[in-house]
Ligand binder design. Structure first.
Ligand SMILES: *Cc1c(COP(=O)(O)O)cnc(C)c1O
Length: 635
């Protein structure tokens, strides 16, 4: 891209560079003054204004920002898209969505979903007793679905049976044959008839790196033999009418709509044959899998998808309708368990940049006659760089740089001379990099130059705590500055977190056409904060985080955007204090204080500090224990 002056660079250029209109799903945009805005319907608010509001309230970075309206809008879009598809295609059944709690289990998120979803009777999918209890206590709307997956013991089943009595449509999805006898036994004991579903093992294989869930070796679901067993057991108990739901889940983040279509077609076959066996099926649950287009590429690849929400819904409804019409089967209620697509957009991780490290040469001393031979040779390379011999120049520069290091180790070169050599080397590398930009074919060795010369921007966050999937499964999220977007970014950088762990870095970014090893960023200004946002982090990130280096939960702020462009702080949750994280690993904060007091008392006794100084130290210690685990700037 040509270097543009400040006046020529526009926010449209930034929008193109960072792809915000491709991955933003209409929830994010750029304002004329170069700030990123969150927008829902006619409302838009600059994220930087929200950050300013947080700082005034003494909420320090990093902050996980949740925008309520976006969650509300996503639930609306999902339900509306199914309703529209059902109407257009004249499907004679309903759509009923459920949210799988495991995708984001935070109380605030679960409560908002129950709240915003009430008008659609949006229910929950639960996979454990704690999730079941959260669902029961949060859902206000009787008639909402509760789908129980996972291994269920007696207690889990009792909770579900009683939920049925309370008016919820609670389904036990049988994943292993051993669950059925417990369900039968408990329903007899409590005198409550159970609603039963069966999870079938699909043979449709799904692409995408999240998906080991499907196929023969899937650990979930019943084999055909087990399925027949379940039917026979229910028959012999005269309970086959309890079997009302067929469940399948192909995996998460399915990038290819064709896989989804094949999966549904297979599910229909199971549905039809179970119906023929005498089951009174009325629900078909297609699980999760609706992908989020993190990269915005709209392609069949891991971080993307080759379909829209509307196509997803239409393809499901269409496939079901055609198949069941052919077989003369009543149209069942369609259930999906979209987790990722429901919550991903609502959360943004915001952090400030603490410092940068650049790999630029500093001012070099002028050449002089009695210079070290190595330095002389390096100066010659620098003076004679030629595009035709760039690889050779590159190799030579490395040779002399390594030679300088070797001589330094042997005591034959002093520190100052070595520093000149290192600087000359960087100077040569930058000059080579500049030349490669004009070249059509870049020698392989030189391809990595952009990365090895990239700046390091140190971000005030922990990758392991806030973005675990970047580290664990090489997931990519859209990352960009949230201001200064009317200026051309002049630096190329990788991002390091503050955990001091070499894995605590981000060096793979979503680019306009392909993954990029560096991210264009702006030069820091003295005395001015520079804020970055990591977008689409609402799904699967918040509860997987660990306490790497004892960095704890971040502050969380929830806002609601108002029609008039203002916003309200709906909720704030202060992140872990240092005392909190220490107690998670079984340190007792009180005991720590006692020990510190004793150590300070000994110092008083031995005359190293005064009693007054001891008091100050203990106060500071207490203050720290109550403080945030991240880098705090003094106001
Ligand atoms: C994880 C999970 C989901 C959620 O899948 P998404 O792809 O996030 O929508 C749905 N159903 C089951 C059974 C799951 O295990």
């Amino acid at each position: 891209m040509d270097q543009k002056t400040l006046a020529q660079w526009s926010t449209e250029d930034s929008a193109e560079l960072y792809g915000i209109n491709r991955w933003g799903n209409d929830y994010f945009g750029l304002l004329k003054d170069g700030k990123v805005s969150a927008k829902v319907e006619n409302t838009q608010v600059a994220l930087l204004d929200i950050v300013q509001g947080m700082i005034e309230r003494d909420m320090q970075m990093p902050v996980l920002l949740r925008i309520e309206n976006i969650l509300d809008a996503q639930i609306f879009r999902l339900n509306k898209a199914f309703q529209n598809a059902i109407e257009t295609l004249e499907y004679r059944g309903q759509y009923r969505g459920v949210y799988p709690i495991k995708v984001n289990q935070q109380a605030q998120v679960v409560e908002e979903i129950a709240d915003f979803g009430a008008r659609f009777q949006h229910g929950f999918e639960v996979g454990s007793k704690p999730e079941m209890i959260a669902a029961l206590a949060t859902l206000a709307e009787p008639g909402s679905l509760i789908i129980c997956n996972g291994y269920k013991d007696e207690e889990f089943i009792d909770l579900g049976l009683r939920a049925t009595k309370l008016g919820f449509a609670c389904f036990f999805v049988i994943e292993t044959p051993s669950e059925l006898p417990i369900i039968i036994e408990r329903s007899k004991a409590l005198g409550i008839s159970p609603a039963i579903g069966v999870r079938v093992k699909m043979t449709t294989k799904v692409s995408g790196h999240w998906n080991t869930t499907s196929g023969d070796r899937s650990v979930f679901g019943l084999t055909t033999t087990q399925l027949i067993d379940v039917v026979d057991q229910l028959k012999s108990e005269e309970m086959l009418d309890c079997l009302q739901l067929l469940h399948c889940h192909l995996g998460s983040q399915i990038p290819d709509i064709q896989d989804i279509r094949s999966g549904i077609a297979e599910a229909c076959r199971f549905y039809a044959d179970l119906q023929a066996e005498g089951a009174k099926l009325a629900y078909i649950d297609l699980g999760g899998g609706l992908a989020v287009d993190y990269s915005g590429a709209q392609r069949n690849e891991d971080q993307s998808r080759n379909y829209s929400l509307i196509e997803y819904c239409e393809d499901i409804v269409d496939t079901l309708k055609q198949t069941f019409d052919k077989l003369g089967i009543d149209h069942p209620t369609i259930v999906t368990e979209s987790g990722r697509a429901t919550v991903a957009y609502t959360s943004i991780l915001l952090f400030n940049i603490l410092d940068t490290n650049t790999f630029e040469p500093t001012a070099l001393p002028d050449a002089c006659d009695d210079e070290d031979d190595i330095i002389k040779n390096m100066r010659e390379i620098r003076a004679d760089l030629t595009p035709r011999r760039l690889q050779e120049n590159y190799n030579d520069a490395h040779y002399y740089r390594n030679e300088a290091r070797a001589q330094f180790r042997r005591g034959l070169m002093d520190l100052r001379t070595r520093s000149v050599a290192e600087n000359l080397f960087l100077d040569i590398m930058h000059a080579i990099l500049a030349m490669t930009k004009e070249m059509e074919r870049i020698p392989q060795d030189l391809e990595g130059l952009k990365v090895s010369l990239a700046d390091i921007y140190y971000g005030n966050f922990s990758l392991f705590q806030s973005l675990p999937d970047i580290w664990a499964i090489k997931q990519q999220f859209p990352i960009m500055p949230i201001h200064r977007l009317n200026e051309e970014p002049s630096r190329e950088a990788v991002i390091a977190d503050i955990t001091c762990d070499c894995d605590g870095k981000i060096d793979s970014f979503i680019g306009a056409y392909e993954t990029q090893p560096t991210l264009p960023l702006h030069q820091l200004h003295d005395g001015e904060e520079y804020y970055l946002g990591v977008f689409l982090v609402g799904a699967y990130q918040e509860t997987l985080g660990d306490l790497h280096n004892l960095f704890g939960d971040t502050n969380i702020v929830s806002v609601r955007l108002n029609e008039d462009g203002s916003y309200d702080f709906v909720k704030e949750i202060h992140g872990d204090t240092i005392a909190d994280v220490l107690s998670y690993v079984e340190f007792q904060p009180k005991e720590l204080l006692t020990r510190y007091r004793n150590t300070a008392e000994r110092a008083v006794r031995e005359g190293r500090i005064t009693a007054r100084e001891r008091a100050e130290m203990i106060n500071a210690f207490n203050e720290s224990m109550r403080g945030y685990t991240y880098y705090e700037k003094e106001n």
